[in-house]
Design a protein around this ligand. Structure first.
Ligand code: GRF
Length: 191
């Protein structure tokens, strides 16, 4: 299965996917493209270090989402991408990509959905005072963190928890769960 990872940030989940492929925890999966809407994002250097092709764009350079998604789709088609993984991609997908990859796009989100959608889910959980939060991997639809849930992991919020310690605990779970889900999907889906 050939996958493209979409990311806007530091790329720790991207790195976790690559590490799982290298250590053969994920089999029969190849990352053939990184797509990023932030040409200066740290994730891009990670891809270059691993010689993974990168496609970057700035949304503001295009008249609308349809036009830049058509460019992305062109890249995905040329590289025969089967499946898309959103790993900290900070944009909603539009109809061009959703229709072309119907049922073949997943996202990782740092909360137990449907709680705390959108930005800063970790801060939202701390502000609310919940005692348990977690990580969700779900299929992507046109909404914000709303598609069908594939799998989740709970993370306990301790009384002395800080933002930094909680981020670390959430990331540890993300870096395990996302590769696990990718492996499960790769072994079930045929392309
Ligand atoms: C992760 O917490 C992910 O759940 C969220 O954005 C963050 C990306 O982190 N959607 P990284 O760039 O993979 O380190």
């Amino acid at each position: 299965m050939k996958i493209a990872v979409f990311a806007s940030g530091t790329g720790s989940n991207f790195a976790a996917i690559l590490e799982s492929i290298q250590s053969k925890k994920i089999m029969n999966v190849e990352v053939v493209l990184l797509v990023s809407d932030r040409p200066k994002a740290l994730v891009i250097q990670k891809a270059r270090d691993e010689r993974i092709p990168v496609f970057t764009f700035k949304a503001n350079d295009f008249p609308n989402k349809q036009v830049y998604e058509e460019e992305i789709l062109n890249e995905l088609t040329q590289r025969e991408v089967d499946f898309i993984v959103l790993a900290g991609y900070m944009r909603l997908l539009g109809p061009v990509l959703l229709q072309a990859y119907d049922g073949k796009i997943i996202n990782v989100h740092p909360s137990l959905l449907p709680a705390f959608t959108g930005k800063d889910a970790i801060g939202q959980a701390l502000d609310c005072g919940v005692k348990v939060t977690g990580v969700t991997v779900h299929y992507v639809d046109e909404g914000m963190d709303t598609g069908p849930i594939i799998d989740q992991r709970a993370v306990t919020i301790d009384p002395d928890e800080t933002r930094e310690t909680l981020i670390k605990k959430i990331q540890e779970q993300e870096h395990r769960l996302l590769p696990e889900v990718i492996q499960n999907l790769a072994s079930r889906l045929t392309f």
